[in-house]
Design a binder for this molecule. Structure first.
Ligand code: CNA
Length: 303
């Protein structure tokens, strides 16, 4: 069908050995990551059987992705705050696949890691922030939906852990009329509009919800620079179902080889090499083939 993207496969590549050779020959690799690179740390993804969407569906939410939908958040932020703890960054941990990004960079091969993840775990490996584009934002900062004041995201963590809605602590918030207040009070369904107007706004972590624009950095970096520099694409742990990030796969020139590392195959994009399995095991195997060290405690049992 037309909705499926078909590219001419570079027929000569198939095996993990071919993937290692492509990595070995590349200088500017784009690694596009998704929730699958963090699941081994106990952070659920969205679309697996054990993912957040399944859990939400079991709880009776008919549209699980509403949890991350802006209009739903404006109507009832408690839905998001009830579930946000599942994707809140944990301590200092990182997975072997996160470490693989750092190892790629240490070998001067990583152009950019475009991550859809909001857990902010890539930086725990020591990977430079300059190499990372957080396509869907992160919990690092948060913004008041009313007065637009930005605060460090950590100020919300206690609320998120407890599943309570966080409100703005700016003493002026709610007393100074701003453009969005009327819409806000209407969508909260408040029967007493005055109450809503003097109340402080709801804080929202700066993660990109459905219905929101992606951070400018995404387009700026990909379309103005990386699209012309990239010589290999590796997609890891993502279902590639969320646009516009998934469009990276389609937009890169067909001469750029593409590798897909995931538990399940991707049915709507055709890759040169698909390596199915647990991504931590797959990248460990690739590093082994490349003669690179991937020293991570979670991989000890493999040695
Ligand atoms: P998704 O749609 O849930 O897809 C994840 C994919 O990873 C699935 O195809 C799984 O089969 C696969 N997968 C899961 N675990 C592994 C594993 N160990 N090894 C290999 N493959 C695995 O998630 P996407 O990232 O594609 O969707 C984009 C959303 C999910 C983004 O907007 C994220 O913000 C959002 N998300 C992020 C996190 C996080 O930050 N850790 C967690 C949950 C959701």
């Amino acid at each position: 069908s037309d909705i499926f993207h078909r590219r001419q496969k570079l027929q000569q590549y198939n095996t993990p050995e071919d993937a290692a050779e492509l990595i070995n020959n590349a200088r500017n690799i784009i690694v596009l990551t998704g929730a699958g690179v963090s699941t081994s740390l106990g952070i659920p993804d969205f679309r697996s059987d054990t993912g957040i969407y399944t859990k939400l569906a079991q709880l009776g939410l008919s549209e699980p992705q509403d949890v991350f939908d802006l209009s739903t958040f404006l109507i009832d932020p408690s839905i998001f705050y009830t579930f946000a703890k599942d994707v809140l960054p944990t301590t200092e941990s990182f997975s072997p696949t996160h470490l693989f990004l750092k190892v790629l960079d240490d070998h001067h091969k990583l152009l950019t890691n475009y991550t859809q993840n909001i857990d902010n775990l890539e930086v725990n490996t020591g990977l430079s922030r300059e190499k990372i584009v957080q396509c869907h934002g992160s919990f690092a900062t948060a913004t008041c939906m009313k007065c637009k004041k930005k605060v460090p995201g950590a100020q919300l963590y206690d609320y998120i852990r407890k599943g309570e809605v966080a409100y703005c602590k700016n003493p002026d918030c709610g007393t100074t009329p701003v453009g969005s207040k009327r819409q806000f009070s209407v969508t909260t369904g408040s029967s007493d509009e005055d109450d809503a107007e003097i109340a402080p706004g709801v804080m929202k972590p700066d993660i990109t919800f459905f219905g929101e624009k992606l951070p400018d950095e995404f387009e700026d970096r990909f379309e103005k620079r990386d699209i012309n520099m990239c010589d290999l694409l590796i997609c890891i742990g993502t279902s590639l179902k969320v646009a516009p990030v998934s469009e990276i796969v389609r937009m890169l020139p067909s001469s750029v080889p593409q590798i897909y590392i995931n538990r399940q195959p991707c049915r709507h994009y055709q890759f040169d090499i698909t390596l199915l399995g647990n991504c931590d095991d797959v990248v460990a195997h690739l590093c082994h083939l490349l003669g690179w060290e991937l020293n991570h405690p979670m991989l000890k049992s493999l040695e």
